[in-house]
Design a protein around this ligand. Structure first.
Ligand SMILES: [Fe+2]
Length: 270
């Protein structure tokens, strides 16, 4: 029997709705899936954009080991000094050299005598023109492989094509690629031929009575009028979108992948 670690990745936490749901359900989900290592994407946690030190530490207190980011990692400037001090708080690695914070880390899996590399990367299609995430991945995978075969990448990107291309590009070289940013969970989770677990988007943890977590009336107005309107966070129909993966300690490959959506979406009113 190969030995595994159980990795739980929770998709973008959006605002207080996402945080309060996480407070309620995360400890029991960790227990249910015997999660050894927990990663949370927190780039939308503070009022929908960015995060702060208090929220990051709160995630750790709930059981998170690493908090990843994305295009909103730098949205709240007060976090900048803290970003330099916490190697468990990641922002996309492919920001230009000199940007605050860490883009990847290698961490001990508690109680398991094994390490895991976690990388945060951001796509460039319909997003900021950062450095090339594909070549950034080549370099960081090589560095991490010197210490461990277990590698998880949060690929924060808008375009499904870029995420899929990236998944194929690193297939067999990393354990898991999970897409984030669109806030809508995709149903294409699978293990690619060379052993990398893949999903285009994990989805968000927040209010689904919304447009991607934000107030739906404001979103409609923005589309109808094509003028800017101040967004506020939405409430109601809170759900957690996450991913449970079993990673083989010997091979570093993903042996099992399962979305965790709680509560699950209603598909019938009957
Ligand atoms: Fe994002």
């Amino acid at each position: 029997m190969p030995e595994h670690i159980n990795l739980l990745f929770v998709g973008d936490i959006v605002s207080d709705s996402g945080i309060s749901l996480l407070d309620t359900v995360l400890p029991s989900i960790i227990k249910k899936y015997s999660s050894d290592f927990v990663v949370i994407n927190g780039e939308n946690a503070h009022e929908g954009m960015g995060t702060n030190e208090h929220i990051v530490k709160h995630f750790y207190s709930l059981g998170a080991h690493v908090v990843t980011g994305g295009n909103h990692s730098f949205a709240k400037w007060k976090i900048y000094p803290y970003m330099k001090t916490d190697p468990k708080l990641l922002r996309p690695l492919n920001y230009p050299k000199g940007a605050h914070g860490y883009g990847y880390g290698i961490y001990e899996v508690p109680g398991r005598d094994v390490k895991i590399g976690v990388v945060n990367l951001m796509g460039r299609t319909f997003m900021q023109p950062l450095e090339d995430p594909f070549r950034a991945a080549d370099a960081v995978i090589e560095k991490i492989k010197a210490e461990t075969n277990l590698i998880f990448i949060d690929f924060h990107a808008e375009a499904t094509a870029e995420k899929q291309a990236f998944g194929w590009y690193v297939d067999g070289r990393v354990s898991l690629v999970a897409g984030t940013h669109t806030h809508v969970p995709t149903n294409d989770h699978r293990i690619l031929p060379k052993g990398t677990g893949y999903i285009t988007d994990v989805g968000m943890t927040g209010a689904f009575n919304s447009v991607i977590g934000m107030d739906k009336d404001t979103a409609i107005k923005r589309f109808l009028l094509q003028t800017p309107h101040r967004y506020s966070s939405a409430n109601g129909d809170n759900r957690m979108c996450a991913l449970h993966a079993k990673i083989n300690i010997e091979t570093g490959k993903c042996d099992h992948l399962e979305p965790v959506i709680y509560p699950s979406f209603k598909t019938s009113v009957l």
